[in-house]
Design a protein around this ligand. Sequence first.
Ligand SMILES: C[S@@+](CC[C@H](N)C(=O)[O-])C[C@H]1O[C@@H](n2cnc3c(N)ncnc32)[C@H](O)[C@@H]1O
Length: 278
Amino acid sequence: MSDQIDLDEYKQQVADLYSSRSSHYDNGDWHPRIAHRLVEYAQLNQGQQILDIATGTGMVAIEAAQIVGNEGQVVGVDISSGMIKQARRKAKALGLCNIEFQLADAEVLNFPVSTFDYIFCSSALIWMSDLLGALRLWHRFLKPGGIIGFHAFADTAFLGGVVTQKVLEKYDISLLFSKPTGTIEKCHALLQQAGFDEIDIKSEPDGRYISLEKAKGMWSGDGSFPAPGQHPNPSLQLTSKQLAQARVEFDAELEKLQTKQGIWDDSTIFYSFGRKAT
Ligand SMILES: C[S@@+](CC[C@H](N)C(=O)[O-])C[C@H]1O[C@@H](n2cnc3c(N)ncnc32)[C@H](O)[C@@H]1O
């Protein structure tokens, strides 16, 4: 099992970002809660073969392994060695023997056709360079009748990203963030174009009120992080003067959103499922 992979510059940046977050990624309740919900919707059975794409610290993979039992098998893949290390540590601590974590790029996987009963991609689809190409590839790995399940986030989700997008549009900078999967219709179309049928998309409103101060810390327009699905980060086209001005406008936009309870940070999720025809 390789502990090193060749990644292009974009994917190496994504891998490094998540490796730097890996030791504290499981803190907080939001990621575990939505990962659990995705598995819950799937209604897995004992003995199934599962692939968890972009497994991170293995939240979905580990829960799936506990359900499918020793007659089943789970493979989790991720490009971040830090995340994979955490996933392996957690599985070992639980004594799980039916789970394997591989350091691998989800867009160049090479599993035999018709291997898995279920493929998950939890909180990670928008990081793929080619969403449709990735879904088509993963479709091949499903057995006939097998199901894919992923999270997509509404294009209203994640306050910092939404307001950053709005401000940067004035500078002709277009950041995708959740836009490619930002509506039920877009998720449906992607699944259909990738060859899935019996598509089922469950929209769950989610979010919380946060303080103005916290919201101001969510500026993501300076290009210091990779932009999902875009490389190089389009924000890097801005001059330092434009950046400084955009940052001021970001704070001003947030101030307009302020209410007595704080500012609404939406995180509406589309739990999206599709079946490979039998
Ligand atoms: C937000 S985390 C989600 C982790 C986990 N699935 C969860 O639900 O907590 C996104 C993950 O996607 C991984 N990732 C991004 N692009 C990837 C790719 N092309 N192949 C495999 N993993 C990828 C990152 O390394 C990171 O661990």
